[in-house]
Design a protein around this ligand. Sequence first.
Ligand code: FEO
Length: 164
Amino acid sequence: MISKKMLDALNNHLNEEFYSSYLYLSMAAYFEDKNLNGFANWFKLQAQEEWAHGMKFYDFINQTGGKVILKAIGAPKTNWKSITDVFKETLAHEKHITGLINKLAGQAIQAKDYATNNFLQWFVTEQVEEEATAEEILNKVKLIGDNTGGLFMLDRELGFRKAQ
Ligand code: FEO
């Protein structure tokens, strides 16, 4: 049986994943406004993925006999200084989420809650990929700098991302 303390922590994290979805959707809107539809496509799919992450928590909480408690989702930023700035924030946000996941896994291990720890391991692996992808795109954006041709090429590449 899952403890009340663990349940509260999982409910809090569910909110973090939904906030991530909202943040990335706001980034998508930023790119739509600039007619960079490939970047917007990438962030819209990222937003969908984060929603699915939140739903994994939703389902797990229910499976363990707990109750999902939804809290208000904070308003994300709506503007950024530059494209580089967007990806810097994306990477920083993923690192923040990784820290939270690691903390949750540590809490589960300490409580000998092996089921929750096992559930969280999927996210431990996922976060490695999330950080690597954000860093890869950030590096490309930095390399491109003010090169418009490079920017349109990357926009085209990101436009090919499909829902998994
Ligand atoms: Fe759900 Fe991007 O972490």
